[in-house]
Design a protein around this ligand. Structure first.
Ligand code: GLC
Ligand code: CA
Length: 576
C-alpha cells in the first residue's frame, strides 16, 4: 500500500496536467511497465501438427499458425508456445530433434518462422520456443558422431556406460516410456542411456562442452527474437553418477515392468546450477525473456527450488502441476493447492496449467459426464482469475474433446503401442483444431488428417461457438478480457475467503485503488449459497456480477450475504 501511495503522489507531481485522473493513469502505467510481460500473460500452447494445415498435407505447419494469428489476438493471447517444430524423425512427434537450429520442412522454413514471429509481433503476441535439452534424436549429428567410436571428439556427449556383463545393461533403470533405459550399441560395445524413447539418447550434462553447445543454440533463437523457452522435461537433465540400482517397488507399471523409484534419474540438485547459468545468459537479452519449466514435481517445496527459492535466480515460471493435474475435483484440495502456490514460493509468481499435449484434457479428467461444460468453465475461472500466469492448450477454449483411440491399430503415439491397452498414448488430446463444420473441421483441405478430427466437430468449433453467447469460447474471451481490463483481476492482491467451506472455493482480489472482486467456484452438483459479507467486513453489501457460469441462480446484482451458485457454477463479481 505504501509504495502504491508513493507512486500515486509521484504520478501526480510529474503530471503536467495535474489532474487526479492523469495521476492515476501515470501511476498505473508505471506499475504495469515495472512488471515483466509474462506476469499477467495468457500463454497459448500450440501443437504445430494439429493447429492449422496450410499446404494440404494433413499436418499443421507454421504458415498455418500465421494464418490464425488474428484469431489468437481476438481471443486475448499474449504469447504462443510452439511445441517442437525443428527437424525431427518424428518418433516423439518433434521431441526427438535432429537439428536444433532449423525448421522441419514439414512445418516450413526459417523464413516462415521469421514471418510468423514478425506477424505475431504486429499483434503483440510473443513466440516461445520449446527447448528439448535432456536428449536429442538418435539421428542428430552429435549422436551419430558420439556413437561412432569410444574416442571421437563427442564420445562423451551422451551417457555411455559398459554393461554389467554380456547382454546385461549397466543397472535396472527404466525409461519412463517403458522398459530398460539402456540401449546397446555394438560399435562402441556399450550402452547409452535414454529416459524417453530409444531414439532419444540423453545428453551428458556433466560435460561442459554440452552445456556450451546447447547455450549457443539457445542464443541462436534468442537472437532471432523469441520471447523465451519452455524447457522440456527439465528435471531429467542429470542422473546419479553412482549408477546404483533404483529401488524396486511393489507391482508393475503400465508397460509390464516392475515399479521403481526414479530418484536417481530425475530432479537431481545439479540441474539447478545449469538453470542459474541459463538464467544469467537469458538476462543478457532485453525484454524479459522468459524461462518456463516443464516441472512435474512431488510438492510445492520442490517447485519453489526451481524458482531459485528466496534468491529468485532460476526459472521465471516453473509450471505448477499441483493444481491442474493432481487432485480430484475436491474443494478443500484445490483451495489448499492454490493457497500453497500463493504462499510457499517466496513471492515468486505461480503458473497454473490444466491442459497440455501429454494428458487427457481437463474436461475428460475432471468431468462427471453430466456437468462437463460447467466444470470446465469453473476451472477456466480458476485459471484466469487467480494471480497466476495462465497457460492454456489449443482447443481448450472451444471445449475440444479427448478422443482416445479404440484399437491399437489406430494409435500413433508409440507409448500407446508399447503400453496398449493400459497406456493408450497421447493421441486423444492431440486431434486437429476444430475451426468450423466443413471438411476436416477447417484444419486442412485434406480430409486425411494425421490424426482423425474428433467426431463432434460439426457442433464444437470456433465458427459455431463464436455465434453462441453461452459457448465455452465466449466464456474464455470474457474471462481473458476481464483479467486484462480489471485492475483487481489484473494485479490485485489475493485472499482466500470462507476457508471452511467444503464445496466452494472462493477468494477476493483487491486492486491498488481498493476495489474488490470476489470469485467463487463450486465443486459440487448441489446448488450452493455462500456468504462473504462478514469476510469482506460489512453487512448488506452488494456486488455486481461481471461473469457467471453454470446456468441458473445468477443475477446481475448479488447480495453478498447469499450468493447462489448452480451445479459447478462460478461467479466473478465486483463489490459495490
Ligand atoms: C515432455 C514432452 C513430451 C515428450 C517428452 C520427451 O514431457 O512434453 O511430449 O514426449 O518430454 O521429450
Ligand atoms: Ca502442412
Amino acid at each position: 500500500m505504501w509504495s502504491l501511495n508513493k507512486g500515486l503522489v509521484a504520478g501526480f507531481l510529474t503530471c503536467t496536467l495535474g489532474s487526479l485522473w492523469c495521476a492515476r493513469c501515470v501511476a498505473q502505467e508505471s506499475q504495469q511497465s515495472a512488471d515483466p510481460w509474462w506476469k499477467h500473460a495468457v500463454i497459448y500452447e500450440i501443437y504445430p501438427r494439429s493447429f492449422q494445415d496450410s499446404n494440404g498435407d494433413g499436418i499443421g505447419d507454421l504458415n498455418g499458425i500465421t494464418q490464425r494469428l488474428d484469431y489468437l489476438k481476438d481471443l486475448g493471447v499474449d504469447a504462443i508456445w510452439i511445441a517442437p517444430c525443428y527437424p525431427s524423425p518424428q518418433v516423439d512427434f518433434g521431441y526427438d530433434i535432429s537439428d536444433y537450429q532449423n525448421i522441419d520442412p514439414m512445418y516450413g522454413t526459417l523464413a516462415d518462422f521469421d514471418r510468423l514471429t514478425a506477424e505475431a509481433k504486429k499483434r503483440n503476441i510473443r513466440v516461445i520456443m520449446d527447448a528439448v535439452l535432456n536428449h536429442t534424436s538418435d539421428k542428430h549429428a552429435w549422436f551419430t558422431e558420439s556413437a561412432s567410436s569410444r574416442t571421437n571428439p563427442k564420445s562423451d556427449w551422451y551417457v555411455w556406460r559398459d554393461g554389467k556383463g554380456p547382454g546385461q545393461p549397466p543397472n535396472n533403470w527404466l525409461s519412463t516410456f517403458g522398459h530398460s533405459a539402456w540401449q546397446f550399441n555394438p560399435k562402441r560395445d556399450q550402452y547409452y542411456y535414454h529416459y524417453f524413447y530409444i531414439q532419444q539418447p540423453d545428453l551428458n550434462w556433466r560435460n561442459p562442452e554440452v552445456e556450451n553447445a546447447v547455450f549457443n543454440m539457445l542464443r541462436f533463437w534468442l537472437d532471432r527474437g523469441v520471447a523465451g523457452f519452455r524447457l522440456d522435461a527439465i528435471p531429467t537433465l542429470f542422473e546419479d553418477p553412482s549408477l546404483k540400482d533404483e529401488k524396486v517397488l511393489p507391482g508393475k507399471n503400465k508397460f509390464g515392468d516392475p515399479n521403481e523409484s526414479t530418484e536417481l534419474q530425475e530432479n537431481l540438485p545439479e540441474c539447478h546450477d545449469v538453470i542459474r547459468r541459463m538464467r544469467s545468459m537469458a538476462d543478457t537479452y532485453p525484454d524479459n525473456r522468459v524461462l518456463i519449466g516443464e516441472t512435474y514435481l512431488p510438492n510445492v517445496e520442490e517447485l519453489d527450488k526451481w524458482y531459485g527459492g528466496e534468491k529468485h535466480d532460476e526459472l521465471d515460471l516453473p509450471m505448477d502441476m499441483q493444481v491442474g493435474f493432481e487432485p480430484k475435483l475436491d474443494a478443500n484440495e484445490f483451495r489448499k493447492r492454490i493457497s500453497d502456490a500463493e504462499t510457499k514460493i517466496h513471492g515468486s509468481h505461480p503458473l497454473f496449467v490444466f491442459d497440455n499435449h501429454d494428458n487427457p484434457r481437463s474436461a475428460y479428467r475432471y468431468g462427471d459426464g453430466v456437468h462437463n461444460k460447467a466444470i470446465d468453465q469453473m476451472l477456466a475461472t480458476i485459471l484466469f482469475t487467480t494471480r497466476s500466469t495462465a497457460l492454456m492448450y489449443y482447443g481448450d477454449e472451444i471445449e475440444m474433446p479427448t478422443t482416445v483411440p479404440t484399437s491399437k491399430a489406430q494409435v500413433k503415439d508409440p507409448i500407446g503401442i508399447t503400453g496398449w491397452p493400459k497406456e493408450k498414448g497421447r493421441d486423444g488430446e492431440r486431434t486437429p483444431m476444430q475451426w468450423n463444420g466443413s471438411t476436416a473441421a477447417g484444419f486442412s483441405t485434406n480430409p486425411k488428417t494425421w490424426l482423425p478430427v474428433a467426431a463432434d466437430y460439426k457442433r464444437v468449433n470456433v465458427e459455431a461457438e463464436s455465434k453462441d453467447p453461452d459457448s465455452m469460447l465466449n466464456w474464455y474471451k470474457k474471462l481473458i478480457a476481464l483479467r486484462r481490463s480489471n485492475p483487481a483481476l489484473h494485479d490485485g492482491e489475493m485472499k482466500m475467503l470462507d476457508v471452511g467451506n467444503q464445496q466452494v472455493v472462493a477468494w477476493s482480489r483487491t486492486a491498488p485503488d481498493g476495489k474488490v472482486i470476489v470469485v467463487a467456484c463450486s465443486f459440487t452438483a448441489q446448488p450452493q449459497v455462500v456468504s462473504f459479507d462478514t469476510a469482506l467486513g460489512g453487512s448488506g453489501k452488494t456486488a455486481t456480477t461481471l461473469a457467471a457460469s453454470g446456468g441458473a441462480g445468477q443475477k446481475n446484482a448479488v447480495n453478498l450475504n447469499s450468493v447462489s451458485l448452480a451445479a459447478f457454477g462460478s461467479i466473478v463479481a465486483e463489490v459495490n
